[in-house]
Design a protein around this ligand. Structure first.
Ligand code: SAH
Length: 216
């Protein structure tokens, strides 16, 4: 089992200062980034990069998002204690753990079996217990709906209607929306049963959200 050492904690403190300097303000979010041992989510060959503010490969053609991006999306969600949050795209599980550290009850869906299996093994071993599901995020989790917040961590050309319908009134959905090459971060507040207020928050580049489940 890999350790979370004094050195790792020091590097994490620096990372928190870095994303703070880049504009992240919410103390809960900064605290969460300061707590989750990101190096344990990466392959050993990338360990030295764990506390740089960069995205890195996690296998199966996927990446662990840049810490700034994780913090930015989490801040847009305006997390509150005990809220039910649905994440689409578990990937390494890092974002799910950051959400747990903000006090959320986390449900996360991943379409790639290998990544789902890996996260399902890793997370409980380091003390994190989000509810993880192997499935197609386009369908959401109707059995567990409604959610207070929904976070999509892959890019979409438009917000899936199924997800909007699983959002509580007063809830917020955050997602990068656009083409495969560039997306605009949107935060969508569900102000009424069929009413949405959309805000735009700059451009990003995520891997695309794909349909159906995969075993590769
Ligand atoms: N949140 C992750 C990073 C996500 S990368 C982390 O913290 O590490 C995007 C993830 O979305 C990838 O793991 C990809 O396999 C997954 N994904 C893509 N399409 C999906 C879909 N339809 N349903 C669920 N997950 C999907």
């Amino acid at each position: 089992m890999m350790q979370d050492t004094f050195r790792h904690k020091g590097l994490r403190k620096k990372l928190v200062e870095e994303i703070k300097a880049k504009g992240i303000k919410n103390p809960k979010v900064l605290e969460a980034i300061g707590k989750v041992p990101r190096h344990l989510f990466m392959d050993s060959s990338f360990l030295e990069f764990a506390y740089q503010d960069k995205a890195f490969p996690i296998g199966s053609g996927q990446t662990i998002s840049q810490p700034y991006t994780v913090a930015f999306q989490t801040e847009l969600l305006k997390p509150n204690e005990n809220e039910k949050v649905l994440e689409i795209g578990t990937g390494s599980g890092y974002q799910a753990c950051v959400l747990l550290e903000t006090g959320a009850r986390v449900y996360s869906v991943e379409r790639q079996k290998k990544l789902f299996d890996k996260a399902s093994r890793l997370l409980p071993g380091i003390g994190y217990r989000p509810k993880l599901f192997y499935g197609d995020g386009y369908a959401g989790l109707p059995t567990f709906a409604p959610f207070d917040k929904i976070l999509i961590t892959a890019s979409v050309s438009k917000i899936p209607q199924a997800l909007l319908s699983q959002l509580n009134t007063g809830g917020t959905l955050v997602a990068p929306v656009g083409s495969e090459n560039i997306q605009v971060m949107q935060s969508i507040c569900k102000s009424g049963p069929e009413e949405y207020e959309i805000q735009h928050h700059g451009t990003f580049r995520f891997v695309p959200m794909l349909s159906n489940t995969a075993n590769d």
